[in-house]
Ligand binder design. Structure first.
Ligand SMILES: [Zn+2]
Length: 272
């Protein structure tokens, strides 16, 4: 009996040998930071559905940034509205929020950006020491000699000039090299849009969709907003997220949907 167990144990360790790093897995946690001031509920039928699927439905939008702690490293995912944005500016900056947990801007190792719109990129200039992780096509649009309308290039000046570090991602990226945080290619809303998979140990994996979807009904019905860059890519990306959610039994969190805020504890608390 003992011998059988030993053989089984050797077999199991051989099979898991590739996936298990020699050192203990880094502790991973995730928090949501409020990154804009919500406006009155928005009628979604006209702009947020190219098939006019939502009748007279009105939804409450919010603006979200996320902080990931991996071992001693911090990663920020999206940077919300600028503090100078009329009406929608956050009540507190990301930097002031980080101060509540004694984290200085220079401690942020990576800033991951889902896409180039102003409500996701407004405060990135506060993190010049961070390596920027962004979809390659998104970076192309931001660093173009004359960025197109809707591309919020200004706050990226330090990265465009080459003073700060940027790593444009043509495909997915395993951010910390241990499979715990995966930068996902989910184009369609914009050409180089990305989402993020965060494999929390206690809560279970979480997918932060970015604007691959804007609200739950969008996600459930493969709905495409009128203003998206590419319809086919949007639908394909939503399907990819659904399949990933199925594979990893992941919680899908939509950063603009007020109903998804409660899926994470209130900052400065973290989900583990
Ligand atoms: Zn957007």
């Amino acid at each position: 009996m003992k011998r059988t167990l030993t053989i089984l144990a050797i077999g199991a360790s051989l099979m898991s040998g590739i996936a298990t790093p020699a050192h203990a897995a880094a502790e991973l946690s995730l928090a949501r930071i409020d990154c804009g001031t919500p406006q009155p509920p928005t009628a979604v039928n006209e702009r947020f559905s190219d098939t006019y699927a939502y009748g007279d439905k009105k939804l409450q939008f919010v603006f979200s940034c996320y902080l990931i702690k991996h071992g001693d490293d911090y990663m920020l995912w999206d940077t919300g509205h600028a503090m100078t944005a009329p009406n929608v500016a956050p009540k507190e900056s990301v930097v002031d929020n980080l101060a509540k947990i004694n984290v200085k801007p220079d401690q942020i190792k990576y800033v991951g950006i889902s896409h180039y719109h102003a409500d996701h990129t407004g405060q990135i200039a506060s993190f010049p020491k961070a390596t920027l992780l962004i979809g390659a096509k998104e970076w192309e649009a931001i660093s173009a000699p004359t960025p197109a309308q809707g591309v919020n290039a200004k706050p990226f000046e330090g990265w465009i000039k080459g003073e700060n570090k940027v790593e444009p991602q043509p495909i997915d990226k395993d951010v910390f090299g241990d499979g715990s945080v995966i930068f996902l290619r989910t184009p369609g809303h914009t050409p180089g849009h990305s989402s993020l998979l965060v494999k929390l140990a206690e809560k279970g994996p979480v997918i932060l969709t970015g604007d691959a979807v804007h609200f739950r009904e969008n996600y459930e019905s493969d709905g495409v907003p009128m203003f998206n860059f590419d319809r086919a890519q949007t639908v394909a990306s939503i399907q990819r997220i659904k399949k990933l959610a199925e594979t990893f039994k992941a919680t899908v969190i939509i950063p603009h949907d007020a109903r998804d805020v409660e899926k994470l504890p209130v900052f400065p608390a973290f989900a583990k």
